[in-house]
Design a protein. Structure first.
Length: 841
């Protein structure tokens, strides 16, 4: 690593390089300096937003010092690095996290108090960085936190969307989408105008033999769009490591091409080009588990893959190593198939630009990439039409065909008798138009493929990728069960619980080694401890009740059982099952005598989540939940016994309030459909019980915490296919209790019954694909068991503590170590020395 500053002048640099604040006075001085100079505000016009900005800038400076050192350390160490390619990073807020990770939250709290502010109000000023849809994007954010905390040299690569996931409002019970322009003031990013990549689209391919008789392939003309890097620091917890998340922003290339247009008087069309270029990184596609095949989305994918790959290759070339060492220095993980074009792009760079032979290049490519699959739902598996790729990326299509040809030839050689196999494993689907199956390309171009929970990883081997297990053998396929970062999802979201745990087990070490939670088990009978445990849950429920009061304008009783389902709205996640259950309960209450009602456990049913703007059925479910709430919440027969709340605009920062407040949360997908789920882990880690199906990570949660500590119900994944078949061909009848619920809706109890017709007919007439009727009985019975169990608060708290004590497995630190050992082959960096230096200064 070279420096541009001559040796004898470096002393001045060292003398003046900032150290970062550590004391309260230093913090205040930094914050006030930023408020008065960076923001040009004063004591007389410093509102909470300005105080937030000053605080954020002070912490940002601190992070940057460590960030610079980390990058230097990683360059010097010259070890293999991991690059995590994800179209989504659902980061949420950064300030609170930064404060906790550098261990200076209390300093900031006292400093802000001196300056006249409450730290909670300041934290609440920050806009969520909502560059993701749901679980997949949040998983990427948890992974970044773990990679930094564990001192891995790892970078995230993504897109800097101008608009993140839309904001949700509910108007007259319907979801309305509002654009999320989040970049107004974002102190957490550093534009790197000196780091850019020109990305090419369209054009044509010129193949010729040069004077030396070498085949040359060149991709010519078309359109150039420039990718500019924006870097976001990612601090680890209790370590000097600050990793980098690099997000690309698109703008028109400033090349001669455009100047030519300006000069020839085509001002308007030049400006239009510019806008078209900026459109590429303008907006996050708001679909979760659904692919739509839009050209702009393909452009986003290639733009981001090309920029990231050229950046990575540039860094590798600086090391002056041989190409054969590429995969000793670089591991790239594909978060779902969205970055699959990176495989093709690396092959293109190596063959067309660097002049390597095809086979040599392909060996490098396949030993570099790993691919994570996150779904078996057919509607979510990406396919791009051949004509679309042909037009946008003509050279890439040729490379895809070549990869496919070579692959199919090798399959043909090994399985000469199995003619159908070739068609089944071909990257190209012979449809009209032909389609490129991205998951197949990802498998063929990677050395490992993993699912995200045991059941899911088994399912991909027996269903969607069955033929590839035949071709490659089972070892290429593996499992890494998802996890969550305990820093954000316990320490930050539930500070009192974190403190209580630390006081019992002696330190906060569990935040770095979550298995230490098992030291809680000996205290399950400790009366005082259980009391405090219950008090904290209650306080968290009070906090959520206050949130409901301020956002919805009505009160709920914090003593009631809080039953929460927050996640994207999707038929497979079955919020409809939940709301039908609520209606069933409502009808039961209505038919009871006052004496019977007295015996009931009061319940607050909380829902939250966004529907994809074009997903009409999901929007209908939201509408029904809101209409049921309107009726139930003001029914005097019901009173406190049942409240139905739809919380608007569910996002990461709201989850931090909602998750710690649950008594029960719902993870009730049709068995075999939810690849993992991660909110299930968050709720249990915060002392909530769960009601769930035997699906995704629920199965492993059960194994860890014990069957007596979870409320399971419903059909098993191995029975789903037969049940579906039976719906169409057997003597199928809808569950009679569910029919009563439908009758209640059809009577107009919740307003215009026509509005909900499709929800009902989907079950009654169209085969009930998600098995709502099949699972309805067992769901309702299990809810009754929950009521009974809740009456015995002492036993409930025992379950709660026992479950938390056994949740160690679900930390994302464990996932990252598994990926590092079994897929990436990378080692953490030693930071002991750096820690010592920090402690001394
Ligand atoms: N929608 C799965 O559905 C899983 C996450 C993260 C999902 C969910 O069960 O926990 O990924 N899949 O692995 C996709 O996004 C394709 C998700 O979030």
């Amino acid at each position: 690593v070279e420096s541009s500053i001559p040796e004898h002048m470096r002393e001045a640099w060292k003398k003046f390089s900032p150290k970062g604040f550590t004391t309260k006075d230093e913090f205040e001085s930094e914050a006030v300096k930023h408020i008065e100079t960076t923001l040009a505000r004063s004591l007389f016009n410093c509102d909470e937003l300005a105080a937030y900005s000053g605080t954020a800038l002070a912490f940002r400076d601190r992070l940057i010092i460590d960030w610079n050192k980390t990058q230097q350390r990683q360059s010097f160490a010259d070890q293999k690095r991991l690059y995590y390619l994800s179209l989504e990073f659902l980061m949420g807020r950064a300030l609170d996290n930064a404060m906790l990770n550098v261990g200076l939250k209390n300093v900031a709290k006292d400093g802000l108090a001196d300056l006249g502010f409450r730290i909670e109000d300041i934290i609440a000023q920050e806009h969520d960085a909502a560059l993701g849809n749901g679980g997949l994007g949040r998983l990427a954010a948890c992974f970044l936190d773990s990679m930094a905390t564990l001192n891995y040299a790892a970078w995230g690569y993504g897109l800097r969307y101008r608009y993140g996931i839309f904001k949700q409002e509910i108007q007259d019970g319907y979801q309305v989408e509002i654009p999320d322009y989040w970049l107004d003031f974002n102190p957490w990013e550093f534009p790197r105008h000196d780091v850019s990549v020109d990305v090419q689209f369209y054009g044509w391919v010129n193949k010729y033999t040069n004077d030396e008789g070498k085949q040359i392939v060149s991709w010519q003309d078309g359109e150039i769009v420039t990718a500019t890097a924006y870097d976001v620091p990612v601090p680890g917890y209790g370590t000097p490591t600050v990793n980098n998340l690099r997000l690309w922003s698109s703008k028109a290339s400033s090349g001669e091409f455009d100047f030519a247009k300006f000069n020839s008087g085509e001002y308007e069309s030049a400006v239009a080009d510019e806008q078209r270029a900026e459109t590429i990184s303008a907006v996050l596609y708001p679909n979760d588990n659904l692919e739509r095949g839009k050209e702009l989305r393909l452009k986003q994918q290639y733009f981001w893959c090309a920029a990231s790959l050229h950046d990575i290759v540039r860094r590798f070339k600086k090391s002056k190593r041989k190409w054969s060492e590429f995969s000793d220095q670089v591991a790239i993980q594909l978060n779902d198939t969205h970055p699959t074009l990176a495989i093709v792009e690396l092959q293109r760079i190596l063959v067309d630009m660097e002049g390597l032979g095809w086979d040599e290049a392909w060996t490098i490519v396949t030993s570099t990439f790993g691919y994570t699959n996150h779904t078996v739902l057919p509607e979510a598996l990406e396919k791009w039409s051949v004509p679309l790729i042909q037009n946008l990326l003509p050279r890439h299509l040729q490379i895809i065909y070549e990869i496919n040809l070579q692959f199919l030839q090798s399959v043909e050689k090994r399985f000469p008798k199995d003619r159908d196999l070739l068609g089944r494993v071909s990257i190209i689907e012979e449809s009209q138009p032909k389609m490129v199956r991205m998951a197949y390309l990802a498998i063929i171009g990677s050395h490992k493929v993993n699912g995200v929970a045991e059941l899911h990883s088994d399912l991909i081997k027996t269903t969607i990728f069955k033929d590839f297990v035949k071709v490659y053998g089972p070892d290429k396929f593996t499992n890494v069960t998802n996890g969550i970062t305990p820093r954000r999802w316990l320490h930050q979201a539930n500070p009192r619980l974190s403190e209580l745990i630390a006081s019992k087990i002696g330190s906060y070490e569990f935040l770095k080694d979550l298995t230490l939670l098992n030291k809680l088990e000996p205290f399950v009978d400790d009366k005082e401890f259980k009391k405090e445990w219950a008090e904290i849950k209650y306080a968290n429920k009070v906090r959520l009740a206050q949130h409901i009061q301020t956002t919805k304008g009505y009160s709920v009783n914090p003593k009631a059982l809080f039953d929460i389902q927050v996640k994207r709205i999707h038929e497979y996640k079955r919020q409809q099952l939940n709301i039908f259950g609520v209606i069933h309960r409502y009808m039961a209450i209505k038919s009871m005598s006052p004496e019977e009602r007295k015996k009931l456990v009061p319940r607050v049913s909380v829902f939250g989540g966004k529907a994809a703007p074009g997903y009409w059925m999901a929007k209908t479910i939201i509408h029904l939940i809101n209409k049921v709430g309107e009726v139930v919440n003001k029914d005097p027969d019901v009173g406190d016994l049942l409240k139905v709340v739809f919380l608007e605009d569910y996002n990461v920062s709201k989850a931090e309030i909602i998750v710690p407040a649950s008594d029960i949360s719902e993870h009730i997908s049709t068995a075999g459909t939810e690849a993992s789920g991660t909110s299930n882990m968050k709720f249990v880690l915060n002392g909530g019980m769960i009601i769930g199906t035997l699906d995704g990570a629920n199965i492993e949660i059960t194994r860890e915490i014990g069957e007596q500590n979870i409320f399971l119900f419903g059909n098993l994944s191995e029975d789903v296919e037969d049940l579906r078949h039976h719906h169409f061909y057997g003597d199928y009848k809808v569950n009679p209790e569910l029919v009563k619920v439908f009758d209640c809706i059809k009577k107009g109890t919740f307003g215009d019954e026509g509005a909900f017709g499709a929800l009902i007919s989907g079950i009654v007439e169209h085969g009930d694909y998600y098995l709502v009727s099949d699972d309805f009985n067992s769901y309702c019975q299990t809810q009754d068991l929950i009521d009974e169990a809740y009456k015995d608060q002492d036993a409930w708290v025992t379950k709660s503590i026992t479950s938390v004590a056994r949740m160690g497995f679900f930390t994302s630190d464990r996932c990252i170590n598994e990926y590092a050992d079994t897929i990436w082959n990378i080692e953490p960096l030693d930071v002991a020395e750096e820690k010592e230096v920090r402690a001394r200064t």
